[in-house]
Design a protein around this ligand. Structure first.
Ligand SMILES: *[C@@H]1O[C@H](CO)[C@@H](O)[C@H](O)[C@H]1NC(C)=O
Ligand SMILES: *[C@@H]1O[C@H](CO)[C@@H](O)[C@H](O)[C@H]1NC(C)=O
Length: 416
C-alpha cells in the first residue's frame, strides 16, 4: 500500500470518528429495538412452553468429575455444567417424566482438562455411551424414540464428533448413539458432518462477573478502529500459517501489522476488556476450533464483531439478527479488510452500535449465575420449545430399532 493510500485511509478514519462522535451526541445512548420476529423471539419466556425431565445420573457422570477439576467451571465449554445447574431449579423442570416434552442427561464430557486447561475429548464417547446405556435400561423413554426427544449439551470444538482435530472429528462423525438426539453445541459450520440439522448453536461460556467488573463508562469514545488480540500463527502445530484458521489470521497479520487503523497483537493486555469498549470493530476470525469467546466479548462490550469464518453458524442464529449487528468478511477478502471496514457508511455503523447496545442482545450471549430472563439458558429453552410438538414419526413402533449399538470405532465400545 502506497503512502497516498495511507493518508486517504486516515482521512476516512478521521471522518468516521468525527461522524460517530457528532452523531453520538444526538443519539445519546439510544438503543434500538430489533424489529420483526427476531427481537420478540429473544424476549420470549420459555416457562409454560415446555417441560424438561432431568435424569438423575450417578455423580461419576457430573459432580465427581467437576470435583476433580473445578477449572471446568471457568472453561469456555462450561455451559454443560451451568446448564445442568440451571435446569435443576428451573420452573420448566418436571419430576414427572410422563409429562415431559424433553429429556436431558447431565453428562460433563468436556471436563477432562490437560494441565494447561485444554479439554481432552478422548473419553467422551465412552462416557456418553455409558450414560445412554444407563438411561435406556433404567427408564423406558429412550427406547420410545431412541433419543429423538432427548437433548445433550456437547460444547466441544467439533461438538459430538468428540475430537479437537478437524480431520479426526470428520472421520469420527457424530457419535452414532446421538444421531437422533438434539445437540446443543458451540460448534456451528454449515455443511459439516459435525453439525446435524436441528442442532442448537450456543455461545461459548465467558465469565459474566469478570466481564462486569471491567465495564467502563458507555460514553467513552471508541478511539480504536479495529481491535484484535490472539494468535495469528500456531507456531507449534502450523508454523507456516497456511492451515491454522485456514490462513485467515496469518493474512490479517501480514496485511495489517503496520496499519495504524489496526490495533492487533498476540499480547493479551490486562486492559483487554476495556480496549474492546474503546474499539469500533473487533475481529472475530476463526481459529483451530471454529468459535471462541471473542464474539461474546464483542457483543457484551458493544464492539461490532467482524466475523471472518466462511460458513459459520452463529449462536441462536434463528433469534439474533447477526447480519444486522456484525460485519461478515469472506476469508479470501481479508487482504481488503481495511477498505471494506473504512467504506461502511457512518449511519450503518451507528445502527449496528445501537443494536449492540440493546441489553437483550448481550443477555442472550451470557450464562449468568443466577440465571436472568432472556439469557443464554433461556434462549436454549426457547430453541427447544420452538421444536415442539415432536413429529409423530419420532416415536418408534414396537420392536422397531434404528440405532446400531455396535456402530463406530471399536475403541468407543469399551466400557467407561
Ligand atoms: C431398551 O432397549 C435396549 C436394547 O434394545 C434393552 O436392552 C433395554 O432393556 C430396553 N430398555 C427398557 C427399559 O426396556
Ligand atoms: C452395526 O454396526 C456394525 C459396525 O459398523 C456393523 O458391523 C453391523 O453390521 C451393523 N449392524 C446393522 C444391523 O446394521
Amino acid at each position: 500500500m502506497g503512502s497516498g493510500t495511507w493518508i486517504l485511509a486516515l482521512l476516512v478514519l478521521q471522518s468516521v470518528f468525527d461522524g460517530i462522535y457528532g452523531l453520538e451526541q444526538e443519539v445519546n445512548h439510544r438503543t434500538e429495538r430489533i424489529s420483526g420476529s427476531a427481537g420478540d423471539v429473544l424476549e420470549d419466556d420459555p416457562v409454560g412452553r415446555l417441560k424438561v425431565f432431568v435424569y438423575e445420573l450417578p455423580s461419576k457422570y457430573n459432580k465427581k468429575i467437576l470435583h476433580k477439576d473445578p477449572r471446568c467451571l471457568n472453561h469456555m465449554f462450561a455451559a454443560e455444567i451451568y446448564m445442568n445447574r440451571f435446569l435443576l431449579s428451573s420452573p420448566v423442570r418436571t419430576l414427572n417424566p410422563e409429562e415431559a416434552d424433553w429429556f436431558y442427561a447431565p453428562v460433563y464430557t468436556t471436563c477432562d482438562l490437560t494441565p494447561n486447561g485444554l479439554p481432552l475429548p478422548f473419553k467422551s464417547p465412552r462416557m456418553m455411551r455409558s450414560a445412554i446405556e444407563l438411561i435406556s435400561t433404567n427408564w423406558p423413554y429412550w427406547n420410545r424414540t431412541e433419543g429423538a426427544d432427548h437433548f445433550f449439551v456437547v460444547p466441544h470444538d467439533f461438538g459430538a464428533c468428540f475430537h479437537y482435530q478437524e480431520e479426526k472429528a470428520i472421520e469420527r462423525g457424530i457419535l452414532h448413539l446421538l444421531k437422533r438426539a438434539t445437540l446443543v453445541q458451540t460448534f456451528g459450520q454449515r455443511n459439516h458432518v459435525c453439525l446435524k440439522d436441528g442442532s442448537i448453536t450456543i455461545p461459548p461460556y465467558a465469565p459474566p462477573q469478570k466481564m462486569q467488573t471491567h465495564l467502563i463508562p458507555p460514553d467513552t469514545p471508541r478511539s480504536i478502529f479495529v481491535y484484535f488480540r490472539g494468535l495469528f500463527y500456531d507456531v507449534g502445530n502450523d508454523p507456516e500459517g497456511g492451515y491454522y484458521a485456514r490462513g485467515a489470521r496469518a493474512s490479517v497479520w501480514e496485511n495489517f501489522k503496520n496499519n495504524p487503523l489496526f490495533d492487533i497483537s498476540t499480547d493479551h493486555p490486562t486492559t483487554y476488556y476495556e480496549d474492546m469498549q474503546r474499539a469500533v470493530f473487533c475481529l472475530c476470525p476463526l481459529g483451530w476450533a471454529p468459535w471462541s469467546p471473542r464474539l461474546v466479548e464483542a457483543v457484551v462490550f458493544g464492539c461490532i464483531p467482524v466475523v471472518i469464518a466462511d460458513d459459520i453458524v452463529l449462536p441462536f442464529a434463528d433469534a439474533i439478527p447477526w447480519e444486522e449487528i456484525g460485519v461478515f468478511v469472506a476469508e479470501e477478502d481479508v487482504p481488503k479488510l481495511d477498505t471494506i471496514l473504512t467504506s461502511i457508511p457512518i449511519e450503518v455503523i451507528l445502527r449496528k452500535q445501537r443494536l449492540l447496545a440493546n441489553p437483550s442482545m448481550k443477555q442472550a450471549m451470557l450464562f449468568p449465575q443466577p440465571a436472568q430472563p432472556g439469557d443464554a439458558f433461556h434462549q436454549i429453552l426457547n430453541g427447544l420449545a420452538r421444536k415442539l410438538p415432536h413429529d409423530e414419526g419420532v416415536y418408534l413402533k414396537p420392536g422397531q430399532k434404528i440405532l446400531n449399538w455396535t456402530a463406530g470405532p471399536v475403541g468407543d465400545l469399551k466400557p467407561w
